[in-house]
Design a protein around this ligand. Structure first.
Ligand SMILES: Nc1nc2c(ncn2[C@@H]2O[C@H](COP(=O)(O)OP(=O)(O)OP(=O)(O)O)[C@@H](O)[C@H]2O)c(=O)[nH]1
Ligand SMILES: [Zn+2]
Length: 190
């Protein structure tokens, strides 16, 4: 069940008709095609195995905490197919063998799970679980902060509200280690 660009074009055409638009008018004629291209990008995570990115490791023994913070994150809520966007922060303690992965791979991991219809809680947990299961880390803390457009531009109309989710596994459950990671994540704001 791969990506069906022709199916997306047809559906967008029908959607335009259903909302009372004329899909043949100048500005809209190419919209089904544009959206088929845009959705291929926005939902590309469905066609990949995000965890594979962090399986590419370096043999640099490092047993202390590594944090990549402020990773820009764009996803789409599965309830309304509207964007939610913000930042992800990933802190981890490498496995006992000290294996680390490339810093960009953490961002690729986040992207792979963000580019699908999602809920923020699941996205956060999936990133944490992949770090444990695929990289073999001793501990990980993932924090995601995002604004949901379904809460801003419609429905409850609360622009500016920010949802923060976290998932913590292994040694990062330890109160002192977790507090250190959180203070590094929040550091820029103090
Ligand atoms: N927990 C969680 N909820 C989300 C996320 N994205 C959107 N939602 C919520 O999903 C819920 C869907 O609620 P429903 O009552 O089924 O749909 P609705 O009638 O459109 O709800 P309103 O948004 O309140 O108008 C809403 O409360 C959204 O705010 C997410 O990532 N996590
Ligand atoms: Zn939503």
């Amino acid at each position: 069940m791969g990506y069906d660009a022709e199916g997306v074009r047809r559906a967008v055409h029908d959607l335009l008709v259903a909302i009372g638009e004329d899909p043949q008018r100048d500005g809209l004629r190419e919209t089904p095609e544009r959206m088929a291209r845009a959705y291929a990008e926005m939902f590309s995570g469905l066609g990949e195995d995000p965890g594979s990115h962090v399986e590419k490791v370096f043999d640099v023994a490092h047993e202390e905490m590594v944090l990549v913070r402020d990773i820009p994150m764009y996803s789409v809520c599965e309830h309304h197919l509207l964007p939610f966007h913000g930042a992800a922060h990933v802190a981890y303690i490498p496995g006992e063998d000290g294996r680390i992965t490339g810093l960009s791979k953490l961002a690729r991991l986040v992207d792979g799970y963000a580019r699908r219809p999602q809920v923020q809680e699941r996205l956060t947990a999936q990133v944490a679980d992949a770090m444990v299961e695929r990289l073999g880390v001793q501990g990980v803390l993932v924090v995601v902060e995002a604004e949901h457009l379904c809460m801003s531009m419609r429905g409850v109309h609360k622009p500016g509200s920010n949802t923060v989710t976290s998932a913590v596994r292994g040694q990062l459950r330890n109160a002192a280690t977790r507090a250190e990671a959180m203070s590094l994540i929040l550091g820029r704001r103090s």
